[in-house]
Design a protein around this ligand. Structure first.
Ligand SMILES: [Zn+2]
Ligand SMILES: [Zn+2]
Length: 391
């Protein structure tokens, strides 16, 4: 026995037994990257109430039993019945705490919540794991999508965006804010299990081009073909944000979207009111007719032309889309992929798709998933020339 198990054989056996463990690729190892998100970033509250959800939550290491309000007092935070202090720490655990107060909606958050005060308003920073954060973001962004592969594609896109933008607010002590300035994050009250599963399944996966994280633009419905970014935002050229045909001729992947085709009738009165408010025309001018004077690869309008009494006014179609959206609602003109018909005192826009049309088409991702494509096929279809790598 002793002769048989020589030191070198024992070493070989050890290597044989343990090497497979050592060779497990790093991405498979659980790694909880934390993110720090500023909550209620748009309307910073002067006071906020915390209410424990189903599990145990702690405030400065004391069990949070009942709804507790925290107020800002200059640069200190005040918890009722306790002396003011610089920082309040809420450990919300995995079940979370409800936050509400003032004009802010009631939301459920998990993880660590740190509250400080600045100029009589509260600065509320939530620290949680990246994948937990992504589950919330994807729940909000994926809307009515249903298939797991579409959720996974959305999770990888959101992770890529998040890691690329981790330094957005580095100077202020957090990574991203919770508004659309960075990425909408509304907590866990409406979390979708599919979104959490997608974030977990794709852990550490990101989309890169030439070794760098890409800008993962996406939109709801492309209408048949995505658009090269230069036709939508002229200064934003990216080699992977090109125009992609979304599926076979006449049968785009996103044709399954509930509002693939749309039609809007708008009075010239409304159009003129908006055009004057946005200074597209002078107060004394009146638009008589609207046409599309330039189109992109996907046939989206790039430039709109308004015929006023004695001159023609050109407006970038992206400005038109955003301008009408903000003033008449985002359902009025859902995309820039439309034809215009001018009547005596109205215009009719007949269009396809929804959103800016750049990058991944979310309903196209759902359509591809229905046809059996996986999330990697989906991402590489909408972001050509890129790779899925591990962060
Ligand atoms: Zn931000
Ligand atoms: Zn599409």
């Amino acid at each position: 026995m002793g002769k048989f198990f020589t030191p070198s054989l024992i070493l070989c056996l050890c290597l044989y037994l343990y090497l497979p463990l050592l060779l497990i690729p790093a991405p498979l190892c659980a790694r909880e990257r934390p993110v720090r998100i500023l909550l209620y970033s748009v309307y910073k509250p002067a006071s906020i109430t915390f209410e424990p959800a189903k599990g145990n939550a702690f405030i400065n290491d004391i069990l949070l039993k009942a709804p507790t309000t925290i107020e800002a007092g200059n640069s200190l935070v005040k918890i009722k019945g306790r002396p003011p202090r610089k920082l309040a720490r809420i450990n919300a655990g995995s079940k979370g705490v409800w936050l509400y107060g003032g004009a802010n909606p009631r939301r459920l958050y998990t993880g660590l919540i740190e509250i400080t005060a600045e100029k009589n308003t509260l600065k509320i920073i939530n620290t949680l794991s990246l994948d937990r954060y992504l589950a919330s973001v994807v729940s909000a962004e994926a809307g009515n999508l249903s298939l797991a592969e579409a959720y996974k594609a959305q999770a990888v896109a959101a992770r890529t965006y998040t890691i690329k933008n981790m330094r957005n607010h580095a100077g202020a002590g957090y990574n991203l804010c919770d508004s659309t300035h960075c990425q909408l994050f509304t907590g866990f009250a409406a979390i979708k299990p599919k979104a959490q599963a997608a974030a977990d399944f794709t852990r550490n996966e990101v989309v890169t081009c030439k070794g760098k994280l890409i800008s993962t633009f996406y939109h709801a419905v492309c209408g048949g073909r995505t658009e090269a970014i230069g036709f939508v935002w002229p200064s934003g050229h990216k080699p992977y944000l090109v125009s992609v045909k979304d599926g076979p001729e006449g049968k785009p992947y996103c044709a399954i979207a509930p509002a693939f085709n749309w039609k809007t009738r708008m009075s010239l009165k409304t159009l003129n009111r908006i055009a004057k408010a946005l200074k597209w025309i002078k107060p004394e001018e009146e638009i008589r007719k609207m046409t599309v004077s330039e189109r992109g690869i996907s046939k989206r309008a790039v430039t709109i032309e308004f015929a006023a009494a004695d001159r023609k006014v050109r407006v970038p179609a992206t400005d038109f889309y955003h301008g009408i959206g903000r003033r008449a609602g985002w359902n009025a003109v859902r995309s820039t992929l439309f034809d215009v018909y001018s009547g005596k005192d109205y215009i009719i826009l007949e269009g396809k798709g929804s959103g800016h049309g750049v990058g991944m088409c979310q309903w196209g991702a759902e359509g591809m998933a229905r046809k059996g494509f996986n999330y990697r096929d989906i991402l590489l279809h909408y972001y050509p020339g890129t790779r899925i790598t591990y962060d």
